[in-house]
Design a protein. Sequence first.
Lengths: 629, 434
Amino acid sequence: MQIRNFSIIAHIDHGKSTLADRLMQATKAVSAREARAQLLDDMDIERERGITIKASAVTVMHHHTPGAAADDLEENDPAAPEGEAALTGGDNAHGQLFMLNFIDTPGHVDFNYEVSRALKACEGALLVVDATQGVQAQTVVNAYLAINENLTLIPVINKIDLPSARADEVAMEIEQVLGLPAEDCIHVSAKTGIGIPQLLAAICERLPAPAAPRFTQTRGLIFDAQYDDYRGVIVYARMFDGSLKVGDKIRMMGTGRSFQITDIGKRTPKPVRVPSIGPGEAGYIVAAIRSLADVRVGDTITLDNDPAPEALPGYKPPTQVVFCDFYPATTADAKGSDFEKLRDAIEKLSLNDSSFTYIPVHSEALGFGFRCGFLGLLHMEITQERLEREFQTEVVQTAPTVTYQVVMHDGSRLEVHNPAELPKPGTFDEIREPICKVEIILPNENIGDVLKLCSERRGVFKSQSVVGENRQMLTWEIPLAELIYDFYDKLKAMTSGYGTMDYEITDFRPNDLVKVDILINGEKVEALALICHRQNADFRGRILLKKLQKQIDRHQFEIPLQAAIGGKIIARETIKAFRKDVTAKCYGGDVSRKRKLLEKQKEGKKKMKSVGRVDIPQEAFMAVLDQGE
Amino acid sequence: MNGPVGITVSGSGRGDGSLGWTSARAAVAGGHGPVRSLYVHTPFCVHKCHYCDFYSFVDQRDQQGAFVERLIEELRAQAPLASGAPLRTIFVGGGTPSLLREDVWRRLLSEMNGLFDLSLIRSGAGEFTVECNPESATAELLGVLRAGGVNRVSMGAQSFEARHLRTLERRHDPERVAEALDLAARAGVERRSIDLIYAVPGQTLAEWEADVRRALALGTTHLSCYNLTYEPNTAMTVRLKRGEFTPVDDDLEADMFELAGALLAERGLERYEVSNYALGGIRGGQACAHNLAYWRQESWLAAGPSASGHVWAGPDRRAGGHRWKNAPNLGAYLAQSDGGYAPVAEHEAPDRARAVRERIMTGVRLSEGLDAAEVMADAEAAEPGSGTRLAAAAAELEADGWLASASGRWRVTARGWLGADFVARKLMGCVGVA
Ligand SMILES: Nc1nc2c(ncn2[C@@H]2O[C@H](COP(=O)(O)OP(=O)(O)OP(=O)(O)O)[C@@H](O)[C@H]2O)c(=O)[nH]1
Ligand code: SF4
Ligand SMILES: [Mg+2]
């Protein structure tokens, strides 16, 4: 039996998950009865949003005729074994037996880290490009991630069933931009199945087999993990050297902890138990691991009685670029159990998503919570949603900020992830902010608008190059703080959805940055403070106050809202006292209804965060996000 | 509502689905007599007004006869709760009660006179109100009503401006109001009240003042002034959401409220409840005794689809009462009868803490306010510690100018009228709400 390990990578929505569906169906891993669209997107959020968030690894069995350009699919053979049964067996009339371990990855920028992790467990990758959209920003980024890992790439042009497909042009784009020969592209439709026999043949022919083991000792890379209430931590590993079987005593080389394997299996995509996994294979391992701290994604598994002399390279930790605080939404009771529940949820989630960071914080207004770091805004939003949905917590989130470097008088540097931590004016020399290299691919006709947007966002033009007939790639330097808000939305709107972008932090540069404090009823609310460029401070302050004015209910007294830099007020608004809080009618039939309504309103108040005598709704803490026009 | 009514009675559902509904019998049977008030609901209207969330509809099938027979059956079932004691108040609302034909009214009134003791009402010490629409209040009808014991009408004028009536999709000629009131006076209906609605989109303060003055000019001794409320599931609310008009702003609405109070006070009509004004206030004899029964947590019976009743569970009022609401569905009402009782949509069993909260809610809306010592003691009995919390909350409200405490009573201040819900939430939150 031969083995092929590969990832499916692409720009968002180019059809990776749908292609994974076709591969599982073609190999009879999934019967027509069990099939459903984007089967591997099994989280609710993934299905609702129609995007992949987590990479999923699957093992399927395929028969390939060596040298053939297209394979004879088991799908069309009623006698071929199906699902679990297909896992065993050997060569047959359909050809030689191949075990294909593949990973469907997310396409959105924020989940790039998932892609890098997947790639480390593979020798090859299918680079999927939508035949109607062509090469997009994440196509380029993901292709380079794979090339840098020395993976073999198969370019796949997808959606050729669509009337607007321009497969040949796209093949030329791939050649121009990425240097992959146009004739190497496999043309498929993940929807109708055209080209799948050719693709499967190419996977077996062109992708390399796993390299021969380097050590006699066992080494497996943990590329994912998940917490299960009954079985503890479930670890997903790719074996590079040696093998693992049920009963083995394993050791995590990084944490040094040892466990006994109780279960090994593969997702086919249904979890199926197997007695062992050998070199080049991937699978999941259950070993009664109860403590989350004992497992780290990127760690190497070896055998306790014969440990490997050195660990696998593992993963470079990702750099979080956006920070915000999470607090439990309900007023913490005396025991702080809401906080403990949130901590537990965050710890469990971080096992499944090792790319966000968290440290405990305390805020005057919001109590105990966590300062968390994310790879982008969508990542932040998804994390909050997963915490609420998968762990039944309710989270109040503060507005996101970037990391600032403060250079103190003595030359020391301080990293600030929260405006509240900014030292007092006069105690430091300068504030530096993260600057990104931004690459934007867009249609020619929108260039004017987008150039304007970039310069409004304090950007510096770097270069411009041609991508195919009608599109260009712009390179700009733009402060991250200007990108994280609605830059991407604006770009999408200006380009009717055709513009795509990618960014990476290249530098920290000093700028005239100030902290804008927000005072509600005379009290400074740190959770609302923001750092911005001095020239935008008045504007940002005013927008924020206007937003707060709308979101905070009128109280029984007038509430002044102020924005200030240092002691100087730069903007002010007031929320007038309410004059009227009474309903007209309360007759015999209204008593129960009205009573319930008043009680509900009272309950609603309890969920608000109060600063002094002012009740602030949770959305208000996100008000800072609105840049206004 | 259509089809089988999804009726629930807390704690007494059959669960086997065999009957599929529960009747008001459970609630009324748990009640303690004698009950001295009665509400009757008639569901028919000529047209559905856009702001209306009462259970009412346009009668296209002539169901009046069937409705009244069924109503009589229900009244007969409930009558024993009055234990033969004379009724103090009756209120027939809707819907548009004046839309019932005279023969139907004659039949209903004759049965009511037989089933209940109306002596107090007939002597003038009791009150029997019928809501009337200016168009359908004819001399003949008013004559029939008066002969049957009716001594008070509540006239739905809403506005004297045709433009505002159109906005509300309320169909009557504003000029008819004076005439209808006159007919009522001539029929011998002694007490006549007028209903007005303000804060209609597009209405100015001056227009509202004109409406109030016109109502006063008709010599009324009782006025109800409601600000237009956007109830869920009404055409008005749908139109608001569609952006067809801008609602009157809160401050103007507050100005209108205060203006009405001032204008009416000049003429001796005192605000005795948030939206109600009577010559001489509660003590002047013109206040609506039936509504006061609601607001003082008395017992009352209720008949007709969607009608809500309340009966004390025992002689100790602190134990609370049963509240129920008949299903708002004429079809179900006509089709289902449990020994006369109607299908119910809701039933709340007695609960001490809830009873205190309800008393606070309606009490703060009254000029007479709440008996502080009594409400604190009752709260304390319902939930230890809540009496002290109430005292503290009241003190805070007093310090902020919402409430005044005098002669052992808590009453809203001039500012407090406009914050009655705020005051109620704050006080109610002290009693038994986890
Ligand atoms: N017509 C057509 N539509 C396709 C094809 N492949 C995928 N699609 C559609 O394209 C959309 C995106 O497909 P997905 O498979 O979710 O794309 P993805 O690359 O996994 O997306 P992310 O995981 O969010 O990056 C879906 O609506 C699919 O039905 C194809 O070959 N032809
Ligand atoms: S007349 Fe009264 S009950 Fe009938 S629809 Fe109009 S507001 Fe509603
Ligand atoms: Mg996907």
